[in-house]
Design a protein around this ligand. Structure first.
Ligand code: CA
Length: 225
């Protein structure tokens, strides 16, 4: 999943970025409101971590702008401790959660996972599908007692398709959400096809994988009832 960190304290944004990258998120950083606004306009993020006190304006107006543009990203507001008014204003504008600074990075990650569960209607950090079980926390996939060995990319693709089950995702959408910003010129759609092909092959060794559908000319869909 891809994250935009909007924060003018560069030490903090770098720390968050390093931590979340290790947790397999793809991170982008903006230090000003203007920079953040440009990035939000051109990219589709899964999460936006938003500091409210930016050097060139108020983070809340950025949140409002993104919501008006019907951006799908989940927002977590990063506030100064005790700034109750900011928290309430942020939540009322549609933010999903807030954290008071200083916060622990594992707590940030737990809250992001909780938002992901809520957003996709999951009750826990595992997803059961067609006899398989994907564990989000441990990044494993099992078929009964046997682990299906996937590469990091194959896992990320399967995870993202499952979160968006029964919905067609274009190759570009998948690539952007999993690996972050990509330059359209460098974008090679074959790349995703190769990963999907390998993924199918590995899953098929355990059970029929026709539920991982190719939607001709568009992209992919995971069919799960
Ligand atoms: Ca600040």
């Amino acid at each position: 999943m891809n994250v935009l960190i909007v924060e003018d304290e560069t030490t903090l944004s770098r720390e968050i970025g390093i931590f979340l990258t290790k947790e397999n998120y793809s991170c982008d950083i903006a230090a000003t409101k203007r920079e953040a606004s440009e990035k939000i306009w051109v990219n589709e993020y899964d999460f936006i971590l938003l500091d409210l006190g930016l050097p060139d304006g108020d983070g809340l107006s950025l949140l409002e702008e993104a919501k008006n543009a019907e951006k799908e990203a989940s927002f977590i507001i990063l506030t100064a401790r005790g700034a109750t008014g900011d928290k309430i204003a942020g939540l009322n504008l549609g933010a999903d959660d807030y954290l008071a600074k200083p916060f622990s990075l594992p707590e940030l990650h737990s809250r992001m996972q909780a938002i992901t569960r809520r957003r996709h209607g999951l009750k826990k950090n595992t997803i059961a599908f067609h006899g398989f079980l994907l564990d989000i926390q441990n990044r494993t996939v099992f078929f009964a007692e046997t682990e299906v060995t996937l590469t990091k990319k194959e896992f990320d693709i399967l995870h993202y398709l499952l979160l968006n089950k029964n919905r067609v995702l274009t190759r570009l959408q998948l690539t952007e959400h999993i690996w972050g910003n990509i330059l359209e010129d460098d974008y090679d759609s074959n790349y995703m096809d190769v990963h999907i092909k390998n993924l199918r092959k590995k899953l098929s060794a355990f059970s029929e994988s026709d539920w991982l559908e190719t939607v001709r000319g568009i992209g992919y869909k995971v069919r799960v009832i």
